[in-house]
Structures are given as structure tokens and as C-alpha cells.
Design a protein around this ligand. Structure first.
Ligand code: C2E
Ligand code: CA
Ligand code: CA
Ligand code: CA
Length: 287
């Protein structure tokens, strides 16, 4: 038995060693990928459920590694945060997303959608460490100036945990962002250390109901109850509410029935590279 234990320990050790090596390797490759602008931005539509049209997009980063293949953001975003690469990576994603949105505004306008309210918005994720960097406001301002995007079309998605970690810092950051004219969305609402008071305390414009509640809302009474509560909360506070992770017609029906304005999920489209999203837009354009 002792021998066996030893052998197992060895295997365990070997695995840990390999994992550490992979992380070290990825770290230096991520640095290179950011420098060479190899991180791609995919886009997923956010749909206006009542009007059945595109309301906006969420920018989602993708790292397609030459050898390891697809590395999910859940793996490389934390890595970027730990290595200080999140600032240049985040700036690059933001710049790309703003530029892409401007090109799509041209598409909408070419189809007769010229009203400000008809033009789609862009949501970009801001991670915790990124959000608390004092340089963030200046970077966003520079990118808006450089691309010429009207700030009202940009939404920054943050999670509630960010507000909890450093409420004071977050409050002054949010005030500065609001002065820039961008919108702020509370992502993954209901999964963190909430927080109903945060909605009052901080200038939050939109709420995104986490997909965990949405994916089970047609089977689980508790999830559905939470969704209904968030929807009436959003309505009472004058906030836009987006349901994430809508996958079935059944879920969509329940959401629409309860007055949910906006939805996002595989039912409408998976996140797609810009050329494919452009094709999706052309296909769904109604004027
Ligand atoms: P998130 O912000 O909550 O993004 C939504 C995630 O749900 C995305 O995963 C999206 O692909 C996925 N999703 C959308 N609809 C459905 C659906 O119907 N079913 C299912 N099962 N999933 C759906 P993704 O792209 O893997 O991103 C994971 C997380 O990584 C994001 O969660 C976000 O927190 C982070 N992330 C992604 N890109 C960036 C980025 O550029 N910057 C930062 N800071 N974080 C990012
Ligand atoms: Ca998000
Ligand atoms: Ca989310
Ligand atoms: Ca999430």
C-alpha cells in the first residue's frame, strides 16, 4: 500500500508539474499574442425581444493558439490579470469592438435605420483588476476619441464583486465613467455578493440576469421567481434588463411573458467572428 501511495504521489506531482509548465508557457505566449494582436474578438447579438431586432452586441475575446487550439476566456483572462497583461489586452478588445460597431452602424444606416435609437450598442467586459486601474478612464476616453464612437453606444459590463472589493474606488471610477457618457451594466447579476443596495448606491444603467437562472427558468420554480423579481426590480429602478444564455423557445416565452426587454443566447446566435456576425446582421436587417 505504501508503494502504491508513493506511485500515486508521483503521478500527482507530475501532473502539477505539467500544469505549472503549461501556465508558464501560456503566460509568455499570451504576452506575445497580445503584442501581435492575435486575440480575436467575437460578437454575440443582444436582441430586443418585443421588437424582434438587434439591440446591440457583446464583445467576447477568443484566443486561438497555434498549438493548444482554442483557449477559453475563463482561462486566459485570469492569466492576463495575474500578469499585468489585462490592460493592453482590454484596450485592444475595446478598440476593436468600437471600430467594428462603427462599421456596423454604417450597415444599419444604409438600410434606412438612421435614428440614434435604432443603432446598435456595444458591450465590453471589464474585469475586476482592470476596473480598479486608475488609468482605465483615460484609456477609454482615448479610444473613444481615436475611433470617433459616440460614448452613448458603449456599455461596460462589470460584476458586482468588483463593487464589493473596493466600494469607494469603484464609486469614484463609476462616476468618472458616467461623466464620459458611457453606460454601465451589472453582469452576472445574482451570482456574486449582492447587493440590492449597490443598484441604488452606484450609477448602474443595465442589469444582466445570469444565465444560470435563465437556463433553468423553465424547469425550476426558484430560478423563475428570481427572474421575475429582477425584472420588476429593473422596471422599478428604470434599468434595462438583459437575460443571458437564452437557449430555448420555452425560456424565451417565459421571459417575454414577464416583460423582459432584452435577451442574449444561443437561441439567437452564438458569439461569431466579425465577418459572420456581419452576415447575421444583413440577414436580420429589417427597416
Ligand atoms: P460573460 O461576460 O458572462 O459572457 C457570457 C458568456 O456566456 C460567454 O462565454 C458566452 O459565449 C456565453 N453564452 C452566451 N450565450 C449562451 C448560451 O445560450 N448558452 C451558454 N451555455 N453560454 C452562452 P465566453 O465567451 O466563454 O466568456 C466567458 C467569460 O469570460 C465572460 O462571461 C467574461 O466574464 C469573460 N470575458 C470574455 N471576453 C472578455 C474580455 O474581452 N474581457 C474581459 N475582461 N472578460 C472577458
Ligand atoms: Ca458579460
Ligand atoms: Ca454574464
Ligand atoms: Ca458569466
Amino acid at each position: 500500500a505504501k508503494e502504491q501511495g508513493k506511485a500515486r504521489f508521483k503521478v500527482f506531482n507530475q501532473k502539477m508539474h505539467e500544469q505549472a509548465l503549461r501556465i508558464m508557457e501560456l503566460e509568455s505566449e499570451l504576452r506575445r499574442a497580445v503584442e501581435r494582436r492575435e486575440i480575436q474578438v467575437y460578437y454575440q447579438p443582444i436582441v430586443d425581444l418585443a421588437r424582434q431586432r438587434i439591440h446591440g452586441f457583446e464583445a467576447l475575446s477568443r484566443w486561438i493558439h497555434p498549438r493548444h487550439g482554442f483557449i477559453p476566456p475563463s482561462e486566459f483572462i485570469p492569466l492576463a490579470e495575474d500578469t499585468g497583461l489585462i490592460a493592453p489586452l482590454g484596450a485592444e478588445v475595446l478598440r476593436t469592438a468600437c471600430t467594428t460597431l462603427l462599421a456596423w452602424h454604417q450597415l444599419f444606416m444604409a438600410n434606412g435605420l438612421t435614428e440614434e435609437a435604432d443603432l446598435p450598442r456595444m458591450s465590453v467586459n471589464i474585469s475586476g483588476k482592470q476596473f480598479l486601474q486608475p488609468s482605465l478612464v483615460g484609456e477609454i476616453q482615448a479610444i473613444l476619441a481615436e475611433t470617433g464612437l459616440d460614448p452613448q453606444y458603449l456599455t461596460l459590463e462589470i460584476t458586482e464583486n468588483v463593487l464589493m472589493i473596493n466600494a469607494e474606488g469603484a464609486g469614484s471610477m463609476l462616476a468618472k465613467l458616467k461623466r464620459l457618457g458611457v453606460c454601465v451594466s451589472m453582469d452576472d447579476f445574482g451570482t456574486g455578493y449582492s447587493s440590492l443596495s449597490y443598484l441604488r448606491q452606484f450609477p448602474i444603467d443595465h442589469i444582466k440576469i445570469d444565465r444560470g437562472f435563465v437556463s433553468s427558468c423553465d424547469e425550476d420554480a426558484e430560478s423563475f421567481a428570481i427572474i421575475k423579481t429582477v425584472l420588476s426590480l429593473g422596471a422599478a429602478l428604470g434599468m434595462e434588463v438583459v437575460a443571458e444564455g437564452v437557449e430555448t423557445v420555452g425560456q424565451l416565452g417565459l421571459l417575454v411573458d414577464k416583460g423582459c426587454q432584452y435577451g442574449q443566447g444561443y437561441l439567437f446566435s452564438r458569439p461569431l467572428p466579425p465577418e459572420e456576425m456581419k452576415a447575421f446582421i444583413m440577414q436580420h436587417m429589417t427597416s
